[in-house]
Write a protein that binds this ligand. Structure first.
Ligand code: ADP
Ligand code: MG
Length: 335
């Protein structure tokens, strides 16, 4: 059936991210609970319509590792995307609540994300482009699914025109301007898995004193004209730093970098990702050799050497995850 904004009753704010916010809503005619993502974009009507058309491809994305899609429509200046509501929320919220996630569960996350990425690429030639803990969701049935993948080229462009998302889950080759490939998603998965297993963002300790990322917390200020504008993520999630407008991004490429040490810290982080050794599952020996090796292979800096999601489904750690009897539903009932 056709979704209409008038039929959706707001129940709860679920969160906000780069250029959008998500609400828990009830579809009043049917009583169905959904998640409604509102994307604010500045685009011409023809472009908006094109975006909606492209989003409808999601109707064909049917996998138990992918969030179900209920519909997308225009609502005044916004684009609304209605999807399956996941009652345990995203993995970033979960680890911030309960602490580091047991490695057996992290293995199930890796398996689900690889299955989801393989499905999207093999069946639809879609590259996710935004793998991170907040885009991996869990429900009380113990299902793990990915959301927010890049189906609409026009939407990706429009968001890029409005926001400059500099995600710190970005692979070295992406930071250096190379094209997105499925292997960039594999890098992002590696970073995300370390974050879940350690209960903290992996780069927050590896950097040297003068580029300590803990400086990020609380010290980023809202956009100021003439400075590199940085949006402050909510407290405790200093992992995705976002410049606010394209104009400011151009400025950041120039010589004059204002905005103080924090501006440099982000550039330093990106530089760090490109130039230094990739993070690892530490301390050595705490996790199984297979788990360590899996993360290492996700985080090979050379994309030529890095394996594809399909290939990584055959990794020994993932083979173990496939036959594991760990009970995600029981785990999810503890929080
Ligand atoms: P981000 O992914 O960068 O955090 P989003 O706007 O995509 O920003 O999402 C904001 C928050 O809304 C997410 O962190 C997640 O916790 C929550 N969320 C998104 N989609 C769903 C969903 N389908 N079900 C439940 N919670 C969701
Ligand atoms: Mg998201």
């Amino acid at each position: 059936i056709e979704l209409r904004n008038e039929d959706l009753k707001d129940l709860q704010e679920l969160g906000a991210g780069n250029g959008g916010s998500v609400k828990k809503v009830e579809h009043t005619p049917t009583g169905m609970i959904m998640a409604k993502k509102i994307v604010l974009i500045d685009a011409k009507p023809a472009v908006r319509k094109q975006i909606i058309r492209e989003l409808l491809i999601m109707h064909d994305c049917k996998s138990k590792y992918i969030i179900s899609f209920w519909g997308a429509f225009l609502a005044d200046p916004n684009i609304c995307i209605c999807m399956e509501f996941m009652d345990k929320g995203s993995l970033d919220g979960i680890y911030k609540k309960i602490g580091a996630i047991d490695i057996e569960i992290v293995g199930q996350v890796a398996l689900a994300v690889l299955e989801g990425l393989t499905y999207l690429y093999d069946k639809h030639r879609i590259i996710h482009r935004d793998i991170k803990p907040s885009n991996v969701l869990c429900n009380s049935q113990g299902q793990i699914k990915i959301c927010d993948f890049g189906v609409s080229g026009e939407l990706i462009n429009s968001i890029a025109d409005t926001f400059v998302g500099t995600s710190t889950y970005m692979s070295p080759e992406r930071i250096q301007g190379a094209q997105y490939t499925v292997k960039s998603d594999v890098w992002s998965l590696g970073i995300s898995l370390i974050e879940l297993a350690l209960g903290r963002f992996p780069f927050s300790e590896s950097s040297s004193d003068d580029s300590d990322l803990s400086d990020f917390e609380g010290t980023l200020s809202p956009a100021r004209p003439g400075s590199l504008a940085l949006g402050l993520p909510p407290l405790g999630s200093r992992n995705s730093v976002t410049a606010k407008s394209k104009k400011d991004k151009r400025k950041s490429k120039g010589v004059s970098l204002q905005g103080g040490g924090m501006t440099m810290s982000i550039l330093e982080l990106l530089q760090h990702i490109v130039n230094e050794a990739a993070p690892r599952l530490t301390p050595e020996g705490k996790f199984s050799r297979e788990a360590e090796d899996f993360v290492d292979s996700c985080l090979l800096k050379d994309p030529e050497q890095r394996r594809t999601p399909q290939d990584l489904l055959k990794h020994p750690w993932i083979e173990q995850a496939k036959i594991s009897d760990v009970d995600i539903q029981a785990w999810a009932s503890t929080f």
